[in-house]
Design a protein around this ligand. Structure first.
Ligand code: C6P
Length: 404
């Protein structure tokens, strides 16, 4: 019998909502909420500080969580895992620490036009401060990056490439293998934004051969406020700290500071112990569900939604016409109706979707739309959810005063 995953999620179990905004943040299963509570009930002390038994327990839980994350993304060592608040902070850490100390006037930073602002603005900041230049890697209206686009973006001046694995607007995957190969040829480091990929597909930093990788816990069912930066040990070791203060030093005298070893050099101040422990619980839950099932369910629902929307002549689906190229994300527009109105009407029918520019304005300019309505699915969504969305979408133009 098919397992009803909604029963694992208190909000979905106790609420009639059709939640189709998992690309913004996923729902949390009981096991994650319980893990966060467990930390405070059983292990609460300031990790990495107290030398008493409870303090050591708190540190152990925190470091166990780091091991769990390292295994999850196949890092060679847990020392390569830095806990942050979210993907945005992880990307800023690389920009401020690596970017500002390594890039110089005339160097080129390649950023894809598909990027979320969190993987564009840090590099624009680095360019402004160092005199480096940001070059956009173009895509077509479906989000595909061609070999011609790739060749045009890279040169011998390319020193850093910042690219997402999956677009948060179109759901399309970028050709990461080709991007890494070209970056290696130019001697550039690769920063991969895995915020929209880790919830949906196996991510192996060693196979991908990327130098840095960022993701947020909350998109893969962990609490808000815990994120991850992976960095190659050789690079992290010689980078200056991002934030300074408590717990990131070995010794401080009046005239000298010796920073702590990895990963603590990059974790200044009291850490999010409960968040890290609950992130490990989210990863274990995700692994128990399995990417195979996640992808199967997402494809089933994406196909159902796209087939239904395609029948409506006034609906334009953005991105590829192939449901396999959407990673559970479908952005669309309805002729004559602003996406904010679409989302308000859907909300009145108990359906939660996101509307707007999705923090990716240059991409919206590239595909020539001001904003879209975005339905994003996860394995806990059902065919009934999609049926309700389609039924509601069919009424929107009428409710806005159009004839049909
Ligand atoms: N995208 C969305 O609705 P934070 O906010 O730091 O957890 O994640 C930032 C981020 C970075 N990269 C990509 C590809 C993302 O999609 C996001 C977050 C959400 O699409 C909120 S804007």
């Amino acid at each position: 019998m098919k397992r009803d995953y909604r029963q694992d999620f208190p909000l979905l179990r106790e609420n009639p909502i059709v939640y189709l905004d998992s690309a913004a943040t996923a729902q949390r299963p009981d096991v994650v909420i319980e893990a966060e509570m467990e930390f405070y009930k059983k292990y609460n002390a300031n990790p990495l500080r107290g030398l008493y038994s409870l303090g050591i327990e708190a540190t152990d839980r925190y470091e166990e969580a780091r091991e769990c994350v390292a295994n999850f993304i196949h890092a060679a060592s847990a020392k390569e895992i830095i806990f942050t608040r979210n993907a945005t902070e992880s990307l800023n850490l690389v920009a401020y620490s690596y970017g500002l100390s390594h890039l110089r006037e005339g160097d080129e930073i390649v950023v894809s036009i598909l990027e979320h602002h969190s993987n564009q603005l840090p590099w624009r900041m680095v360019a402004e401060k160092t005199g480096a230049v940001v070059k956009y890697l173009e895509c077509d209206r479906q989000g595909h990056i061609s070999d011609v686009d790739l060749q045009a973006a890279f040169s011998e001046k390319t020193k850093l490439v910042a690219v997402t694995q999956v677009s948060n607007v179109l759901g399309i995957k970028t050709p990461i293998d080709k991007i890494v190969a070209l970056a290696k040829k130019s001697g550039a480091v690769v920063v991969l934004d895995a915020a929209q990929s880790t919830p949906h597909m196996e991510v192996d930093v060693q196979k991908l051969d990327v130098d840095f990788l960022a993701f947020s816990g909350h998109k893969l069912m962990a609490p808000m406020g815990i994120g991850v930066l992976y960095g190659r040990k050789e690079l992290l070791s010689e980078m200056p700290p991002f934030l300074t203060g408590g717990e990131m030093i070995q010794t401080v005298t009046r005239d000298k500071v010796v920073y702590a070893e990895l990963p603590h050099k990059f974790e200044a101040g009291t850490v999010n112990g409960a968040g890290a422990w609950a992130l490990a619980a989210a990863i274990r839950y995700l692994q128990e569900v399995g990417y195979e099932h996640i992808q199967k369910q997402e494809l089933l629902l994406t196909t159902q939604l796209m087939e239904g929307l395609t029948k409506l002549p006034y609906v334009q689906i953005q991105g590829s016409p192939d449901p396999k190229e959407h990673c559970g994300i479908v952005s669309f527009t309805i002729d004559g109706v602003h996406p904010h109105d679409v989302s308000s009407i859907l909300d009145a029918d108990g359906i939660a979707v996101r509307a707007g520019h999705h923090c990716a304005q240059p991409l919206m300019q590239q595909i020539d739309v001001m904003s879209t309505t975005r339905a994003s699915m996860y394995f806990y969504n059902t065919e009934e959810d999609i049926e309700k969305l389609l039924t509601s979408v069919q009424t929107i133009r009428r409710r806005m005063g159009y004839g049909e």
